[in-house]
Design a protein. Structure first.
Length: 288
């Protein structure tokens, strides 16, 4: 019994040491930084409607390639659609006066705890009163959140992990809502390679799931730990939030995804829907 205990203690110590070494290695690669909470809002935020706020602050893991790739895509979409875009990593823009200037907020791979309590309240008021939200990948990918409302009401599911070794895997996605303009252009089954998120539960009911993943088409394991969700494993969904609209896509860890024509169209249509200007209603899942 003592030998077993000692062995377990040694294993735990090794795991803790490896975790520490990995963390400091990632910091050395510029993939983590010390948290910063912005207090002073940017000056002279002048935009015309339709206006899109692109927010890409990282107080957690930094997607060094995906963030600029997504920003490039969003700039192209804005130019093509006549949207006015304002990009910043200054979280203090989350104040009532500035948020009121925007039809949609796009959180581009935002990570870590980024908003002060006052900024959280301004963001919640904005959404509940009719604003739009589009969350990309890491914006719903923190293993824990200090802000429970964001998880329970905006994202609607808590991230629990993604596969490792290999991290990037090809998998089959299935379109759940083929008549929805956000995904209507996709083939019924869509094969692509990405980092695949798992969540503590399916966000159903209460959301309209647009895209799910077939777990039989890849290995949902994280360092030997099974993080599978079973047959109901959504990867993209939308829902109503008060008078506002929220869309989340777990896709987008790798930069090349943001140059994929199919995914570019998804993001374009998601922004149009979240703005409320597409003519598409806001509804819950058919199961509601």
């Amino acid at each position: 019994m003592k030998i077993i205990r000692r062995t377990l203690l040694v294993l735990l110590a090794v795991v803790a040491l490896l975790g520490t070494l990995i963390y400091f290695f990632l910091r050395a690669q510029g993939l983590f930084r010390d948290p910063v909470y912005d207090q002073d809002a940017p000056q002279n935020v002048n935009v015309e409607s339709p206006a899109i706020l692109v927010f890409d602050k990282t107080n957690g893991f930094i997607h060094k390639d995906a963030i600029p790739a997504a920003n490039d895509l969003l700039a192209r979409l804005a130019e093509a659609n006549g949207w006015h875009i304002y990009q910043t990593d200054n979280a203090a823009i989350h104040n009532t006066a500035d948020l009121s200037k925007f039809d949609v907020i796009v959180w581009n791979n935002v990570s870590g705890d980024v908003l002060t309590e006052a900024q959280r309240q301004a963001f919640e008021r904005y959404l509940r009163s009719g604003g739009g939200y589009v969350g990309l990948h890491a914006s719903g990918g923190d293993p824990e959140y200090a802000w429970s409302w964001y998880v329970s009401d905006v994202i609607k599911a808590q991230f629990k992990g993604h596969p490792m070794f290999p991290q990037k895997q090809s998998a089959t996605l299935t379109v759940d809502a083929p008549e929805d303009p956000i995904v209507a252009h996709l083939p019924h089954t869509w094969v692509m390679a990405d980092e695949w998120y798992s969540f503590d539960k399916s966000p159903r009911p209460g959301v309209e799931v647009l895209l799910s993943i077939d777990e039989a088409s890849y290995s949902p394991k994280m360092v030997g730990v099974d993080i599978s969700m079973g047959k109901d494993h959504p990867m993209m969904w939308k829902h109503c939030l008060g008078k506002g609209r929220a869309f989340y896509s777990a896709l987008g860890h790798y930069a090349e995804i943001y140059s994929d024509a199919n995914y570019s169209r998804v993001v374009e249509q998601a922004i149009a829907w979240a703005s409320g200007k597409s003519g598409e209603p806001c509804k819950l899942s058919a199961a509601q």
